[in-house]
Design a protein around this ligand. Structure first.
Ligand code: SF4
Ligand code: SF4
Length: 385
């Protein structure tokens, strides 16, 4: 097992377990994938679940009911994309997507196998173990944790059904020792599911990454399927609600706000519209970081849209930029890299190209450096490519 470390954290930043719901936006903006076939036109009437566009991998459906206004460019974390704009009629009309009309009670094995492979890239055939991964690998982020907290009954029911259908012997729910609320909830109900066991993991950074998680649990990759709780929520929507998910959880946290919390928002919402309704600031001079302090990136809050790949937003007090010092050759960045990369060589183009796919973008090399050398500039490729 690699040496994983516990990150320093400000213990006064606590994320509330009360979800703030922002489910009635005036408009949503659904970013369109490249090479998608658009299935609606301007002024089309849509319901929750109406297919908007399709790609080779998926059909993306409307999260609200209303009318299509047209196509507009929006910002999705670090890129601009065309999006389908839908004006909400607030009537919450829903359709069931016919190809996913299934029922947990009488679901057929072949149909389920095909659905999980196609939609989620999950193959349960000939597997011995399922691991439900409820671990967030960033400080102050609890999105995966709270998917489990709010939906654990449905999740356990689905996992138990999968185990029976595919004759899988064991299911492990992996959570961090700090998730005491989840531990208590699960301990109360696991008696009903003798094949599901709870595994409590230490609070180490990256322990939720599949490779390190399997190492820690002493499980073999070829026999095990690891499912994140956020993905099980998508599966839960298809199987229990017979539709694709129309909303998601996002952790809103950081040292510049008074009320860190989890928000439940419709897909395609302008995040700022959701935040304006509840966020209380401690400071005026802040930066916004999407997807965690270690591996995330600074974003412009005025434009950002809620998409599948947005899991958290940190609102942090702006600090004076720390100037990089001269390397002390202490070797700490080399010692800490969990995949054996030498960060000191990342500025060399040939070395960078050799290791760029192996690098986890975990930020540990920059985190540990005593003279604040920031390796992200090489990892983002802006010097080498
Ligand atoms: S960001 Fe890449 S090079 Fe740096 S510690 Fe993580 S894996 Fe290693
Ligand atoms: S941790 Fe910083 S100071 Fe130490 S060897 Fe790496 S770059 Fe140099």
């Amino acid at each position: 097992m690699e040496k994983l470390i516990e990150l320093e954290r400000d213990k006064t930043i606590l994320v509330s377990s009360n979800i703030y719901n922002y489910d009635k936006p005036d408009k949503v903006y659904m970013p369109i994938d490249k090479e998608a076939t658009i299935l609606v036109g301007s002024n089309s009437e849509v319901k929750i679940g109406t297919p908007l566009y399709k790609t080779k991998k998926e059909v993306v459906t409307s999260p609200i009911s209303g009318k299509v206004e047209g196509i507009l460019k929006v910002r999705v974390i670090n890129e601009e994309r065309d999006s389908i704009v839908i004006l909400n009629d607030f009537q919450e009309k829903k359709i069931i997507v016919p190809q996913v009309k299934i029922n947990l009670k009488n679901i057929n094995k072949d149909k389920l196998l095909k659905l999980l492979k196609l939609q989620f890239n999950i193959d349960l055939e000939n597997k011995k173990e399922i691991v439900l991964n409820a671990i967030d690998d960033e400080v102050y982020v609890l999105t995966e944790n709270f998917y489990l907290f709010w939906y654990y009954e449905g999740f356990l029911e689905i996992l138990d059904k999968f185990a029976k259908i595919f004759e899988i012997q064991n299911i492990t729910v992996a959570i961090k020792a700090s998730s005491s609320e989840n531990i208590n909830k699960l301990l109360e109900c696991l008696g009903m599911y003798p094949n599901i066991k709870l595994k409590i993991l230490p609070n180490l950074y990256l322990i939720g990454k599949k490779k390190f998680l399997l190492d820690y649990l002493n499980l073999e990759e070829e026999n095990t399927v690891v499912i994140k709780t956020s993905m099980l929520y998508d599966i839960y929507n298809l199987i229990k609600r017979n539709r694709q998910k129309s909303d998601k959880l996002i952790t809103i946290s950081g040292d510049a706000i008074k009320n860190p919390t989890i928000i439940k928002v419709k897909m395609g919402v302008k995040l700022k519209d959701a935040l304006d309704n509840f966020l209380e600031y401690k400071s005026d001079d802040v930066i916004y970081i999407a997807n965690g302090l270690m591996g995330g990136e600074v974003v412009d809050i005025n434009n950002i849209i809620v998409t599948n790949n947005l899991d958290s937003l940190m609102v942090m007090r702006k600090k004076k930029e720390r100037l990089e010092g001269k390397c002390l050759n202490c070797g700490a960045c080399i010692d800490i890299c969990p995949v054996g990369i030498n960060p000191l060589l990342l500025s060399n183009k040939n070395y960078y190209l050799k290791v760029k796919d192996k690098c986890l973008r975990c930020g540990l090399c920059s985190y540990i450096c005593p003279v604040y050398i920031n390796f992200n500039k090489y990892l983002k490729g802006d010097r080498n490519e």
